[in-house]
Design a protein around this ligand. Structure first.
Ligand SMILES: [Zn+2]
Length: 286
């Protein structure tokens, strides 16, 4: 993706080197357990929406500040995700306006090791996530390496897809869709709740595709970018992850959708470029 010289978002919070102090008991400890558990339940994949832990925003845990020395590659990546975020702001502001709505820009928090969010304390191992409680996206830039090495999904546009997917969860929060799904928790069976979560995740993939559509139209995509995003979507499908982890799949436990579904919904959004057509909740088939 062409990003040199393009507008960078002002809504990026650099919290690298400010990892939350040793988590051992207290509020931070509870948060950590809940967040990690939730992530494990959702397959240990990426792109999770972490619902609020309890109803109240947690107090900030003590933070240890030390100078953070970033590599050149990381600085470049920081610039890249800032451009991606800026572009999601432009695209979604326009789409919301066209639909008579006002887009509220989210904040992207870049962290290292661990971070305090309104959804609790999270370690880098949870992968990128969106917290509806504070309207912030949280990404540890080391995830870029993980995409490349563990998920075999290299390329800058794989990372752009991840950011755009998390922004998709923000869009769902602004539209009230996430709240409806999270309200089902403890009201329906686990299998039913998981099925609703899959729809939410596939819709976030669709929204990521919508964003990519506008990148293409503006002439920012490089050859191979679409494939990079699709490779990433394929690599983090529930079936693929479960097969790698256990050697078999349990469809009722899917929370993000299969590789095929994730790719397809991303492509659907990429084709249309509009918010309409992304209603995974009423789609005849997922
Ligand atoms: Zn997600």
């Amino acid at each position: 993706m062409k990003y040199e010289g393009r507008r960078k978002s002002n809504n990026v919070e650099d919290r690298r080197g400010m990892s939350v102090g040793k988590v051992g008991g207290g509020i931070g400890g509870i948060g950590l357990i809940i967040v990690v558990l939730f992530t494990l339940l959702s397959g240990g994949g990426i792109g999770d929406v972490i619902s609020n832990v309890g109803n109240s925003v947690q107090q900030t845990a003590p933070q240890s500040e030390r100078p953070y020395i970033s590599s050149e590659e990381e600085d470049e990546l920081m610039e890249f995700v800032s451009v991606v975020l800026a572009d999601t702001e432009d695209v979604w502001s326009r789409i919301f306006k066209d639909n008579g709505l006002t887009y509220e820009e989210p904040t992207l928090v870049i962290f290292s090791d661990s971070v305090q969010s309104a959804c609790g304390v999270a370690g880098a191992s949870v992968g990128p996530f969106y917290c509806p409680g504070d309207h912030k996206l949280y990404i540890d830039l080391s995830f870029y390496k993980e995409l490349k090495d563990r998920f075999k999904a290299p390329g800058d546009f794989a990372m752009a897809y991840v950011v755009a997917h998390e922004v998709g969860h923000h869009v769902q929060t602004l539209l009230g869709t996430s709240q409806k799904v999270h309200a089902l928790r403890n009201k329906v069976s686990e299998a039913e709740y998981n099925a609703a979560t899959v729809k939410l995740e596939l819709q976030a993939d669709y929204y990521a595709g919508v964003w990519a559509h506008h990148q293409k139209n503006a002439g920012y995509l490089d050859v191979g970018d679409l494939d990079e995003a699709l490779t990433a979507a394929n690599a983090i499908g529930d079936d693929t992850l479960q097969m790698q982890a256990r050697g078999y799949v349990v469809p009722e436990s899917f929370t993000h959708g299969t590789s095929e579904q994730r790719k397809r919904w991303f492509k659907n959004g990429y084709k249309t470029g509009t918010i309409q057509g992304g209603d995974t909740f009423n789609a005849k088939a997922l």
